[in-house]
Design a protein around this ligand. Structure first.
Ligand code: SF4
Length: 334
């Protein structure tokens, strides 16, 4: 096994308690958002008030971890002050970087807070060197979070042609790989992933049992799955529903419930030039965060020392017990 420099382990936190858990489990960096629509995980009960974020930044910094503010949804006309205020608050609180998707907000950060470290969110969907270098040249972006549509070989080619760091997702939910561009939930609920930060809002989810204890899952007016008695199911999203189509009945027409798990590809990713490894899941429980973060901490440390890590625990944490290396290795498209 080749030894390598340790990459930064970037972990999710939906609450102050999760942030402390992630830091204690070995995160180098934790990303989180303010309450409200300014970030792409705007679920009830999640995210931070300004006071909570202030305490959380102190907690992380006292333990040599950094905190990144995800302000990565897209403001609509008349609402931009909310996003600008979030940026101002993040700067005031000493966040180590702000993660931006909207090009106007990138300009706002560059103009009003030129010393603030700026990362380009996966939601910006920048996957070509030309697009990434535009953000670097115009706004001083220091890191791009790459969309999950590139192979490792393509990441290497991007790395060789850009002037900023690369952060890549390595574990967690994987949707239709259309970050910043998915409108399925808008169509069904009127609430937008990209502008309101919510996919499949809980207020629109209904479960309808039948006499055999099967559960039909509805989102808005649409049935998106039917779960048999005893079958395990994740949180319902349209992209992972089962549908009857002209080709086939009752099948995952878009994407199966499955988790991205790139543990085995970590050495290849590092060699390709990835400097930060991102775990998805700000909506996840503290127990999940603790297990995934500590497993990745061990895996990175083992690889860096030239050893083979034990990743069996991570497989148990994947959605539906199923994992994929997605486009990074061998994604097949329908
Ligand atoms: S429907 Fe799926 S791909 Fe679209 S935003 Fe929701 S989780 Fe992502």
């Amino acid at each position: 096994m080749t030894q390598f420099e340790k990459p930064e382990l970037v972990c999710p936190a939906g609450t102050p308690a999760s942030l402390r858990t992630a830091v204690d489990a070995g995160a180098d960096a934790v990303y989180c958002g303010f309450k409200g629509p300014t970030n792409a995980r705007n679920f009830s009960g999640l995210n931070f008030t300004k006071a909570e974020l202030s305490e959380s930044v102190k907690y992380a910094h006292d333990r040599d971890a950094i905190v990144l503010a995800a302000i990565n949804s897209f403001p609509t006309a008349g609402r931009t002050d909310l996003w600008k205020n979030s940026v101002d608050d993040a700067v005031e609180l000493g966040l180590d970087a702000v993660i931006i998707a909207d090009i106007g907000m990138a300009q706002y950060v560059a103009r009003e807070h030129p010393d603030q470290r700026l990362h380009l969110s996966v939601q910006a969907g920048a996957s070509s060197p030309e697009a990434i270098n535009y953000y670097v040249e115009q706004f001083g972006v220091k890191r791009v979070v790459l969309p999950r549509i590139l192979t490792v070989a393509e990441i290497k080619r991007v790395h060789d042609a850009i002037d900023c760091e690369i952060e890549a997702f390595v574990f967690g939910n994987i949707g239709m790989m259309a970050e910043g561009r998915c409108s399925l939930t808008n169509y069904v609920t009127g609430v937008s992933t990209n502008m309101d930060g919510v996919c499949s809002p809980a207020s629109h989810v209904e479960y309808e049992p039948d006499e055999n204890e099967n559960l039909t899952t509805r989102l808005g007016e649409f049935a998106i799955d039917c779960i048999s008695c005893g079958e395990t199911a994740g949180y319902p999203t349209i992209c992972k529903g089962r549908y009857d189509t002209a080709i086939k009945k009752n099948y995952y027409a878009f994407e199966e419930p499955i988790s991205l798990n790139l543990t085995r590809l970590l050495p290849d990713l590092i060699k390709a030039g990835v400097t930060a490894l991102k775990i998805e899941g700000r909506q996840r429980s503290r127990a999940y965060i603790r297990s995934v973060v500590s497993s990745f901490r061990e895996a990175i440390d083992a690889y860096a020392a030239g050893d083979e890590p034990d990743i069996s625990q991570l497989i148990a944490l994947t959605e539906g017990g199923k994992e994929t290396e997605g486009a990074f290795k061998s994604k097949t498209w329908r």
